[in-house]
Design a protein around this ligand. Structure first.
Ligand code: TPP
Ligand code: MG
Length: 546
């Protein structure tokens, strides 16, 4: 490959893999995730011969989830390279997850040769109709000279708010041939919000009697965490968070709330939802008599299923800075904040007792009671499971923004090892802790081998209740019986990890949890703590389907 720089970009010549990689480098991409396939060898050659990090996995879903984790944590593109046909179709859940989570992921797919299309080449299938509905942009690159430009354009789609995944496939002869291109960094346009709408929102929030903010993942994705804090402080509004918004205000902040959401939403007269959809996690945006202000990073994200008073759209940092800078008169929210603080403290006291639960069988709450004692403030916690992960959301309080990874509203089980890989690569020195249900563990545990082989230590904690708990308990409640909801009780998932070169142990006594977690974090290898938990313990939830 050759490269020459001029003012307008870098002239590159080489094979298709080299042209694609040059465009990825120009966009700040730092690694590729893949599972081997001949259709994409030129991308491997480009990475290998230039020392570009390439991580490989045992299932394509792990590659895409790893790319999604990098994209979410670093706020830059995460890239997976998937071979033609089954490689791409195995990645579809990952693409969909990135789509729901507004993660700037790019999947580069191999593709059967164009010149023989229709003759029945190996793995010949048109991927575009399969991925179109779960990507912002999907295209086939028709000529080698076009590869770099197509990669840059795809990244621009992914990075432009509202962010999301893109897909490109590269026909065999296109990626194996040589060509030329001028490579430029992607240009991302931000949408300036309508100042009148921002002003109206500021006025409405400031003059409300009992306002509440709920901040979601796009606040972190849009690098608007500081602006959120400034806006909340300037207008004295209590803040709740979900998804990647968690930790935006540290738990010690006077306006940070987590456990009194019901009281807040029941009592609020204005609910300000920022950077997250008005979906099932937020009662579909129905907050009774309260007015709703929905602040979104693109007009496409405005809710249409519910009446919203105001909906400023555009660059979240600009909108939140506009709220912070608003200089008009404001109502006194002190009593409202104090009332919520009281509710918060009452709930915290209750949670504290739950986290100390004793008894014959270990309660998930106790697992988190012990785990929080060993987690560093900047530990990245990853949830992959049902009830066990719902409890994590309740009991663990991230104190650093961008340190909590859950599967988001798509709720796809199996993200665990991919998210863990992406998080470990992003933060070589932080604690990475994956919280998994025993059912969820089955989707990705084989990728412990990928972690071991590539020296990527993480701690896995399995809440092993021997059931698909989040399904078994509701089915019993609905039908009086359950089917297809049992797993092998007390299975030794730690032995599975040991067999792949990691380490681990099984814990049946709550008093042994702390020492087990210490050993896990000190081990320096993928380490699974297999906690046998109470199968009768069901997370108290009001609805889980609609
Ligand atoms: C890929 C996928 N398949 C099925 C489901 C449906 N589902 C949601 S939670 C759940 C049970 C999870 O069980 P486990 O991981 O053991 O956690 P537990 O609820 O027992 O704590 C299932 C099967 C899903 N969300 N994603
Ligand atoms: Mg389970």
């Amino acid at each position: 490959m050759t490269a020459a720089v001029d003012g307008a970009g870098i002239e590159v010549s080489g094979h298709g893999g080299q042209l694609a990689l040059a465009a990825l480098r120009a966009a700040g991409v730092g690694e590729l995730f893949t599972l081997s396939g001949g259709h994409v060898f030129p991308l491997y050659d480009a990475a290998h011969t230039s020392g570009f990090p390439l991580y490989d996995v045992r299932h394509e879903q792990t590659a895409v989830f790893a790319a999604e984790a990098v994209a979410k944590l670093r706020r830059r593109p995460g890239v997976a390279v998937l071979t033609a046909g089954p490689g791409v179709t195995n990645g579809v859940s990952g693409l969909t997850s990135a789509f729901f989570n507004a993660a700037p992921v790019l999947v580069l797919g191999g593709r059967a040769p164009q010149f023989r299309w229709g003759s029945g080449s190996l793995q010949e299938i048109d991927h575009l109709p399969i991925v179109r509905s779960v990507t912002k942009h999907a295209a086939t690159v028709g000529a080698t000279d076009d590869i770099a430009g197509a990669v840059t354009a795809a990244l621009e789609h992914s990075l432009t708010p509202h962010r999301g995944p893109s897909f490109l496939d590269l026909p065999l002869e296109v990626v194996f041939s040589t060509g030329d291109a001028k490579v430029v960094a992607p240009q991302v346009a931000v949408l300036d919000p309508d100042p009148d709408l921002v002003e109206a929102a500021a006025r409405r929030i400031a003059t409300a009697q009992r306002p509440v903010i709920i901040a979601g993942s796009d606040v972190y994705g849009g690098d608007a965490v500081d602006a959120l804090r400034a806006a909340a402080e300037a207008l004295t509004v209590p803040v709740f968070a979900n998804g990647m918004g968690r930790g935006a205000l540290p738990p010690s902040h006077l306006l940070a709330f987590a456990k009194s959401r019901r009281k807040a939403l029941d009592g609020a007269d204005v609910v300000v939802v920022i950077g997250t959809p008005l979906d099932f996690r937020l009662g579909f945006g129905d907050f009774g008599a309260a007015e709703v202000i929905h602040i979104v990073d693109a007009p496409s994200q405005r809710a249409e299923h519910v009446q919203v008073a105001l909906s400023p759209a555009g660059d979240l940092r600009a909108i939140l800075t506009g709220l912070a800078d608003w200089a008009g008169a404001r109502a006194d929210h002190t009593d409202w904040v104090a009332a919520l603080r009281q509710a918060e403290q009452a709930a915290a006291a209750k949670h504290e007792l739950e986290m100390q639960a004793g008894g014959e069988l270990i309660k998930p709450s106790r697992v988190y009671g012990e785990l929080r004692k060993v987690l560093d403030a900047d530990a990245v916690t990853i949830g992959d499971g049902g009830d066990f992960v719902s409890y994590a959301g309740r009991y663990l309080e991230p104190s650093v923004p961008g340190s909590w990874l859950d599967p988001g509203p798509y709720g796809c089980l199996g993200t665990g090892m991919g998210y863990a890989m992406g998080a470990r690569i992003t933060y070589p020195d932080r604690q990475i802790c994956v919280l998994m249900g025993d059912g969820a563990a089955g989707f990705s545990l084989m990728d412990v081998e990928s972690l071991v082989r590539q020296h990527l230590p993480v701690v896995m904690v399995v809440g092993n209740n021997g059931i698909w708990g989040l399904e078994k308990h509701p089915m019993r409640a609905m039908y009086g019986y359950d089917v297809a909801a049992d797993l092998q009780p007390a299975l030794r998932y730690d032995e599975v990890v040991r067999a792949m070169g990691g380490a681990g142990e099984t814990v049946r006594d709550a008093d042994q949890l702390g020492a087990a977690f210490d050993r896990a974090f000190a081990s320096g290898v993928p380490y699974l703590v297999n906690v046998i938990t109470d199968p009768d313990d069901a997370y108290p939830r009001s609805a889980n389907l609609a």
